[in-house]
Design a protein around this ligand. Sequence first.
Ligand SMILES: Cc1ncc(COP(=O)(O)O)c(C=O)c1O
Ligand SMILES: Nc1c(O)cccc1C(=O)C[C@H](N)C(=O)O
Length: 420
Amino acid sequence: MSDHRMTQPDESVLTDELVRDAAALDAADPLAPLRELFVLDGGVYLDGNSLGALPAHVPARVADVVARQWGELRIHSWRESGWWDAPERIGDRIAPLVGAGPGQIVVGDSTSVNVFKAVVAGVRLSADESRTDIVVDAATFPTDGYVAESAARLTGRRIVHADPRELSAALGPATAVVLLNHVDYRSGRLHDLPALTAAVHEAGAIAVWDLCHSAGALPVDLDAHGVDLAVGCTYKYLNGGPGSPAYLYVAERHQEAFESPLPGWNSHADPFAMDHRYTPAGGAARGRVGTPDILSLLALDAALDVWEGVDMDSVRAKSLALTDFFLRCAETYAEGGLNGVDSRVSSLTPVAHEARGSQIALRCAEAPAVMDRLAGRGVVGDLRGPDVLRFGFTPLYTGFEDVRRAAAALGEVLAEVPRA
Ligand SMILES: Cc1ncc(COP(=O)(O)O)c(C=O)c1O
Ligand SMILES: Nc1c(O)cccc1C(=O)C[C@H](N)C(=O)O
């Protein structure tokens, strides 16, 4: 892009244009009023793909859970405050955000633990000793890879790493389970969930998707695309709070045969019978393990209120507009533009909308110093070492002027930090 800058208009003209366009985009943004629902400061928060911002009403709701439900009702709250059924009830609140019908999602444990449940149960569902392979996204977020390796050792399978873009080469009659990330945590690349799920099924295998970086940022449509099993966290675009519990989706058609490797008493058909023989619960509850983390779970429950009446297609449209605008601003503000021979930064995130999640990852040789200085200017993104600047765009609370200011700050910082 930057190779053509000599023929472009003067820098200040371009900058004025960006200021005007940001204002016009903000004025036309149907999701703009939702920003008021969040606690934000005067900086620019572009790290909602790591920890979502706090919805302003959550502290009072959590205070009620602590002071009244726990403090006054104590043990009665398991029934009277709906604590016992909260994992399935809150799963049903997440369901429409990921295109799942009710009764298929249970909330609890971490994503890592749910990856374990899903991969082992996926091998058991594939029910065929000749299916020896667990295929794992070669660029996966590390925890999925670590857990899948352990699941492979425990089930007597082997791990095969594959680039999701070349998945078909790794698939065949030996494939038991395929574990993929919907959006790559580092590059922000969005993988083609419908086509890849179909390819996995064509090979007779089970598709497990990690939705950490897509749920709440773009439509997922789990049921429509016939996904078998899925997991995701709730502290990124779902704004559930630090360490808020993750979720597990088991498609209804698999629930009867779903065999959890962690069959704790909460997943028993009759937990209070205290039966020494295990009889699994039906439905989503079969994915439970032990006592749910009620305080975090109910903070998440409250946080999900911000989604009332929000349609995921508008979220996706805004997410793409935000990332497009960021790329345009970075092209103007960053020394040498973007992706050119003299550029200080180049985008790892695909330009094509169909291959882009809700973040932009910029490769920059001086990334650690640049991210530090951005933080000093109130622009929060994160560093994925050694050389990636990662910026997440949460459509519910990020505006276009925020995006412009962040890119302008990036330009200033690049001018201060010497080339490596
Ligand atoms: C794609 C992905 N999977 C899993 C995790 C980790 O999940 P947890 O720490 O909740 O187990 C993360 C982020 O932390 C992630 O980005
Ligand atoms: N889960 C996190 C945590 O407990 C501390 C710091 C960061 C995280 C993250 O979520 C990292 C994130 N999954 C990533 O994509 O890099």
